[in-house]
Design a protein around this ligand. Structure first.
Ligand code: NI
Length: 186
């Protein structure tokens, strides 16, 4: 399984609404497997097909050693209760910002074998699924409907090898850089 290039947020495919998948065949399974490999190589917890240049409704999420490879995922329920958590995206490396989302969601999808699944998710899983489903609709975490203000987006330099991505020091947070993204007027 090859590790693929991850497209950055300036690529038009990241702004398209991805196509629904018909039947799950070996072609879709291969894309899902390549996505998983690519996500793991980048130390991510989720990836959507548009991020590898494929405009199809496919996502992968891996958290606490549980792997989800989902086809046509849909949010069917979301809690009124929301929380605000710092988010990032493999298509915008080293930038993070606070995003408000429902705490609990229900997702309906097909799995890698084409079987219908329903996932009731809370916490990081809920958040990761919402973030990846957003990608399928061309929505990015720093868009106005997700992040209150673009000025909340922070550049945080990568940690040295072996360090976990702990909260950065105030000094690091203060080192904001210009934002290399095209912001749509939507
Ligand atoms: Ni993302």
């Amino acid at each position: 399984m090859p590790v693929l290039e991850i497209y950055d947020v300036n690529q038009p495919v990241l702004r398209q609404r991805a196509r629904k998948v018909g039947r799950v065949t070996s072609a879709e399974q291969r894309i899902l497997d390549d996505m998983l490999e690519t996500m793991r190589a980048a130390n991510g917890i989720g990836l959507a097909a548009p991020q590898i240049g494929v405009s199809q409704r496919l996502i992968v999420v891996e958290l606490d050693d549980v792997t989800y490879q989902l086809v046509n995922p849909e949010l069917t329920d979301a809690s009124d209760e929301t929380d605000v958590v710092r988010e990032g995206c493999l298509s915008l490396p080293n930038y993070y910002g606070p995003v408000e989302r429902p705490v609990r969601v229900t997702v309906r999808a097909s799995d890698r074998d084409g079987r219908k699944v329903r996932i009731k998710a809370t916490g990081m899983l809920s958040r990761a699924l919402q973030h990846e489903i957003d990608h399928l609709d061309g929505v990015l975490f720093f868009d106005p409907q997700r992040m209150r203000s673009l000025s909340d987006l922070r550049y945080e330099p990568p940690q040295p090898d072996g360090e976990n991505a702990d909260e950065p020091s105030d000094e690091q947070t203060a080192k904001r850089k210009s934002i290399p993204v095209v912001v749509s007027a939507a």
